[in-house]
Design a protein around this ligand. Structure first.
Ligand code: NAD
Length: 482
């Protein structure tokens, strides 16, 4: 079994191109077996202030660095990620419990791609000049300044680099505050940026808890952009902290997305995609956790789904044959189980699972399907963020749309049907940032990504990322005298 023991990870901050410690540290435990895997510097306002100062100081030179040179450095970081892909995958799996095979085959290659994509996009970022009564309009994307990036634990390096890459490409400098439950791969990334030759202060990392390190970072008036991925309650704190400085915000938040199965759908595909919603032990913001199934196929769907889900191999995520790993933390596991037990007490049924998996010890929760829950109950409307799906049935297309839109979230929706007209009609009515028709999790960095309602504010991806991380400027020039 691969282990982190041979991969040194520095637990300190990375500020102005140097390792910086704090007077105190906190322990980082693996969700796989509870082992202590790191002692991490516990950042406070002192370190965030120093990091913003470093980023602020480095900004003018980095903003003035030619695009081609910025792009070259981002590609060099991508090279470094590829060179250390195995280390990054093992460290991430040990730190957050997601499958090693996903990190090796999908996530870490995507981390490198994040840098390559935004480096290349930068070189083609352009708006054609246009004229107004003989005057030339020239649109430019000017870097905004210091960007504060705050990220969660469920896909730590993937989500962090999705922000870091466009922010740096655009000519900004960055202070990253990763989640306290998964601090390790961000530290490896700091090493990689240094080896790639990124100038000191362009990328900075402050470790620590949200209230102690995140809060002073987002409140710093020198920060010109805040990009946050995480939960709705934290987003409210961050928006309030940003308000006095009117700091522009991008918020990528939670979801309670529907997966709608019409009777005319390919039922095999529907079952396959529904089982995929347990990926990463259900800790995926985009997961279609509400299965909405047309009455006439509900029984057959449920039978086939429960058989497939019950056969998932649950265990140590470093084992490449395992399908379902642990959840992140004891507190989080208790929260997941709390949702399930309250639903069962209120009269719902666990058609599958419904409890932690005691055979494995630790933080493993059995893949769970809840049926018979009231449509307005918390298990149906609130984000559980664990391997827990609900199933509801519908009779008409209107009913399906009404159920799909019946939460305060609007991140994504998946729709399975054999009828292209129905697909067009229904997807037009769904409140969601992304709609997948007869597919799931197909994501291209060119596409806008974000959520409607309380799933987020703003969109990132392609030019939308540059729009967010830049101040757009229009320079209007009178004709020059001949
Ligand atoms: P969280 O909100 O608890 O924490 C996210 C980050 O915010 C952490 O780094 C934390 O330390 C920091 N933080 C906490 N309080 C802060 C404060 N007052 N000021 C500044 N920073 C603070 O979220 P989480 O539990 O780490 O992540 C799970 C949530 O993230 C789920 O709701 C999930 O849906 C969401 N998520 C959304 C997306 C998306 O793209 N929409 C992707 C992944 C996860």
């Amino acid at each position: 079994m691969p282990t982190v023991a041979d991969i040194p990870v520095n637990g300190d901050h990375w500020i102005g191109g140097q390792r910086v410690s704090s007077p105190t540290t906190f322990d980082d435990h693996s969700p796989i077996d509870g082992h202590l895997i790191g002692q991490i510097a516990r950042g406070t306002a002192t370190e965030t202030h120093a990091a913003v100062t470093a980023a602020h100081t480095a900004f003018p030179a980095w903003a003035a660095t030619p695009r081609t040179e910025r792009a070259r450095l981002l590609h060099a970081i991508a090279d470094g990620v590829e060179k250390r892909l195995n280390d990054l995958a093992i460290v991430e799996t040990t730190d957050n419990g997601a499958l090693l095979r996903s990190h090796l085959r999908g996530v870490m290659p995507r981390v490198a791609h994040n840098f390559r994509f935004f480096a290349d996009w930068l070189l083609h970022l352009d708006h054609p000049d246009f004229t107004t009564r003989g005057h030339t309009n020239h649109v430019s994307w000017d870097p905004a300044g210091v960007c504060a990036l705050i990220t969660p634990w469920n896909a730590p390096l993937m989500l962090a680099t999705w922000k870091i890459a466009p922010a740096l490409a655009a000519g900004n400098t960055v202070v990253l505050k990763p989640a306290e439950w998964t601090p390790l791969t961000a530290s490896l990334l700091a090493d990689i940026t240094a080896e790639a030759g990124l100038p000191p202060g362009v990328f900075n990392l402050v470790q620590g808890y949200g209230a102690e390190a995140g809060a002073p970072l987002v409140a710093d008036p020198r920060v010109r952009r805040i990009s946050f991925t995480g939960s709705v309650p934290t987003a409210r704190h961050i928006a309030a902290a940003a308000a006095p400085n009117l700091t522009p915000l991008s918020l990528e938040l939670g979801g309670k997305s529907p997966l709608i199965v019409f009777a005319d759908a390919d039922l095999d595909l529907a079952v396959t995609l529904a089982v995929e919603q347990y990926d990463n032990a259900g800790q995926v913001c985009l997961a279609g956790t509400r299965l909405l199934v047309e009455d006439s196929v509900a029984e057959e769907f449920t039978t086939r789904f429960t058989a497939r889900a019950a056969a998932l191999h649950q265990g140590d995520p470093r084992d490449l044959t395992v399908d379902l790993g642990p959840n992140i933390h004891p507190t989080h596991l208790a929260r997941i189980d709390g949702f399930v037990q309250r639903a069962l007490t209120a009269g719902a049924t666990a058609a599958l699972g419904g409890a932690p998996n005691p055979d494995l010890g630790g933080l493993y929760y059995r893949p769970t399907l809840i049926t018979g829950a009231a449509p307005d109950s918390e298990i149906v409307t609130e984000e559980v963020f664990g391997p827990v799906l609900t199933l509801q049935t519908f009779t008409t297309e209107d009913q399906a749309v009404q159920l799909a839109n019946a939460t305060r979230f609007g991140l994504a929706a998946t729709l399975l049907t054999g009828d292209p007209d129905r697909a067009e009609r229904v997807s037009a009515q769904l409140v969601a940032g992304t709609v997948w028709v007869n597919c799931f999790f197909v994501r291209d960095l060119q596409a806008p990504f974000g959520g409607a309602r309380q799933s987020g504010v703003g969109r990132e991806g392609g030019t939308w990322s540059f729009d967010f991380y830049c101040d757009l400027k229009n320079t209007v020039s009178a004709p020059w005298a001949k």
